[in-house]
Ligand binder design. Structure first.
Ligand code: NAD
Length: 496
């Protein structure tokens, strides 16, 4: 359904009126198109003293062809070539740690780390596409000041649809309560920046487990690119991944993978099927027999397979397992997207409505996972991905059944993640906010308008925004990303 307010607000006359009256001003979001550069400009990188992420980030982004501006490394890194030799070296009071120097040296002379002097925001120098701050070195609340210094100085240098990423250490593994306190404080900063910067800026906090510094590449790429246009205010955890990582073709990271997407005939499921296929996967698109025609259209358009099956049928897990065992011998990516709503306040709700929502949205997924895992059909490197909802985080009037099922999906992720680590399988979930689909088109008009505007982007998301997030979880390079529930909600005011 089209968002007529957004169309008006972006028109010549609408823009002036919206600004004069201080109405919500939905920006055009930078979304990914194949062939786009990872970021449309330089990335400014800085760190608190003794941060462990500065060198890995510079090396990973340099390897991805991104221009990294780092006031410290422009001086200290012997491998780098400032792009503007006339610009003065920018001094930084913090000396490089030996770990940083070693990590940089370990990259070898072939590594191209294009570092430019930090002088953003002038007419001559392009504005920053992203601001990244490594806060892993902060071990006490009195050490939080460099965050203010960095973002105060550079907030205005960011392009529209810019990216802010703060890197920290998971509070639960910090050496002292003081350090855990300071690291937890980072959440308030990033969530506030997401609400403050506007113009399509996204802001995220990524907690990186010590030792997993180089496991963040797929996450960095996702967060910097247009794939994360509608993801903001999130806290993401990245941990260790197996050492023997497969080679990743970043244009087709899922090449050779077999994926199952449930509820794929329309809406978010169809978008997930298309994005996974675009990234190289063979997709088995599943939905109920009554929508067989539209399911076949989706499957044919991506050269996938259509599978008509009601997930709640008693024999559904066995039929699915037999399908994958017989055709492919395995299934690498399982996306549990199918979902239904049956809304009524609990006092008025028919028991059948409670049962059907819980069955489709939660219990059938558990049964299918159990059978696929028991028959060893999900190999090492496998990816289980659930679709929760912000209603599962905040609750919602008239949706006790739905919110229970979606909170259960979060429970499934959190309880299964540690169990699956030993098998090299990750499990994560997306929690969409207001996404423009048939499901939200059925909402009463006023509620629909509120859902669209009550987020930092002042607009609804698109099914592709959820699909891109699923594709990041599905990537073979995301082995360190497990146990996460990431909202795709434009930083909705609901469910904070
Ligand atoms: P949709 O209603 O457009 O599509 C859901 C699909 O699931 C349909 O094609 C339906 O036929 C299929 N399905 C339902 N029951 C099934 C069963 N028993 N077996 C197999 N397939 C079945 O919904 P959507 O908006 O695309 O939502 C997709 C997922 O995202 C759902 O889990 C939903 O709860 C979740 N979600 C959506 C939004 C939103 O704003 N649209 C927000 C939060 C969460």
């Amino acid at each position: 359904m089209s968002d007529r307010y957004a169309t008006f607000a972006r028109s010549g006359s609408g823009r002036a009126l919206v600004r004069r009256l201080g109405l919500p001003d939905p920006p055009r979001l930078r979304r990914y198109r194949p062939g786009d550069p990872l970021v449309p400009g330089p990335v400014l990188l800085d760190a608190a003293p003794n941060g462990r992420m500065r060198a890995p980030v510079a090396i990973l982004l340099g390897g991805a062809g991104v221009e990294v501006r780092d006031p410290l490394m422009a001086v200290a890194n012997p491998l780098t070539t400032p792009t503007d030799p006339a610009a003065p070296a920018s001094p930084d009071p913090a000396a490089p740690t030996s770990a940083e120097s070693e990590a940089t040296a370990a990259a070898g002379p072939e590594t191209t780390v294009a570092i430019a002097p930090a002088e953003p925001g002038t007419d001559q120098v392009p504005r920053n596409a992203a601001l990244i701050f490594d806060a892993t070195g902060i071990i006490d609340s009195t050490g939080l000041r460099p965050l203010y210094d960095f973002f105060h100085a550079h907030a205005r240098t960011l392009q529209p649809s810019g990216r802010v990423i703060v890197l920290g250490s998971p509070p639960e593994v910090c050496a002292s309560p003081r350090e855990a306190t300071a690291q937890r404080a980072l959440e308030g900063l990033t969530r506030s920046i997401g609400k403050e910067f506007g113009r399509g800026t996204t802001a995220q906090l990524v907690y990186v487990t010590p030792g997993a510094e180089y496991a963040i590449e797929s996450t960095l790429r996702f967060l910097l690119s247009g794939r994360s246009a509608y993801v903001s205010g999130q806290v993401i955890r990245v941990g260790w991944q197996p050492a023997d990582q497969p080679y990743v073709d970043w244009d087709r990271p899922l090449a050779g993978r077999i994926a199952l997407v449930t509820g794929a005939a329309q809406g978010i499921g169809a978008a997930i099927a298309r994005v996974l296929a675009r990234d190289g996967a063979h997709v088995v698109a599943l939905d109920v027999p009554p929508v067989g025609d539209t399911l076949a259209e989706v499957a044919n358009s991506i050269r996938g397979t259509a599978l008509q099956l009601d997930l709640t049928a008693a024999n559904a897990p066995t039929r699915l397992a037999n399908h994958f065992a017989g055709r492919h011998g395995r299934v690498d990516i399982v996306v549990h997207n199918a979902g239904i709503t049956r809304d009524k306040t609990i006092a008025r709700m028919d028991p059948a409505w409670w049962d059907s929502v819980l069955e489709v949205n939660l219990s059938s997924q558990e049964r299918i996972n159990d059978v696929l895992l028991a028959r060893d059909l999900i190999p090492t490197g496998g990816r289980l991905i659930g679709v929760s909802s912000i209603a599962g985080i905040a609750g919602n009037r008239g949706q006790t059944n739905y919110a229970t099922s979606k909170a259960g999906v979060i429970g499934l992720v959190q309880s299964m993640a540690p169990v699956l680590v030993g098998r090299g399988i990750t499990i994560n979930a997306v929690a969409p906010g207001f996404i423009e689909t048939a499901m939200t088109a059925r909402m009463p008009a006023l509620l629909r308008q509120a859902g669209r505007r009550m987020n930092s982007m002042a607009q609804g998301g698109r099914p592709v925004d959820v699909a891109e997030t699923v594709a990041w979880f599905a990537s073979p390079a995301s082995g360190g990303v497990t146990g996460n529930v990431v909202r795709v909600c434009g930083q909705s005011l609901l469910g904070a």
